[in-house]
Design a protein around this ligand. Structure first.
Ligand SMILES: [Zn+2]
Length: 203
């Protein structure tokens, strides 16, 4: 399990970015999850169980874990400890291009969060070294042709544009494809790849 320093130090917030050895570390009755569809759709939840088709969850409900499953896409966890709001985001290239992190912060603010109070952590995903994309994807990231894309940087930029302080954003930087001992990777392992579970809750 990987913990992000700025989230770990917050009062009343618990979180973890699962690695491959962590398996399904949450009890089904303790967490809410999504049918992830690479969208920019954000859902608020109040109870455990599957919440429907979307790629980000927000909750203000104490003790309810909200979880995201990934294997190359980025798991992003966000908290406002004073407003007692947390979010979990699944950001692949489609969700990133559609601004899922921006939409999530907007909805947290609509519930009473302050952008300057938010702390965000971008977990392990496929990094620039391995995320080569074709000409159908690169224009979404200001590039053209076959090139590498830095998904973490694109999401960090969305967080900064949403008003978060740079020193309240943590980026894991570990590449899922480069580290087979630690992580599952869809690009490396294909359809057989497992999924890592990352989650956050307010207590
Ligand atoms: Zn890599």
């Amino acid at each position: 399990m990987i913990a992000a320093p700025p989230l770990k130090d917050l009062p009343d917030v618990e979180h973890g970015f699962g690695a491959r050895d962590d398996g399904a570390w949450l009890e089904p009755a303790s967490h809410a999850w999504l049918k992830q569809v690479h969208s920019a759709r954000v859902l608020r939840c109040r109870a455990p169980g599957e919440q429907g088709e979307a790629d980000a969850l927000i909750t203000t409900t104490p003790d309810l874990w909200i979880s995201i499953r990934t294997a190359d896409c980025l798991p992003i966890l966000i908290a406002d400890p004073s407003a007692r709001i947390v979010a979990a985001v699944h950001a692949g290239w489609r969700g990133t291009a559609a601004g899922i992190v921006s939409h999530t912060v907007q909805q947290m603010v609509a519930l009473g969060a302050e952008p300057s109070s938010l702390v965000a952590a971008i977990g392990p995903g496929i990094a620039y070294c391995c995320f080569e994309v074709g000409p159908e994807v690169s224009p979404h990231f200001g590039a053209e042709g076959r090139t590498c894309v830095d998904l973490a940087e694109a999401n960090e930029r969305q967080l900064l544009d949403a008003g978060l302080d740079l020193d309240r954003i943590w980026v894991c930087k570990l590449c899922t494809k480069c580290n087979p001992g630690q992580f599952y990777s869809f690009r490396r392992d294909g359809e057989a790849a497992g999924r890592m579970v990352s989650a956050i809750r307010i207590i």
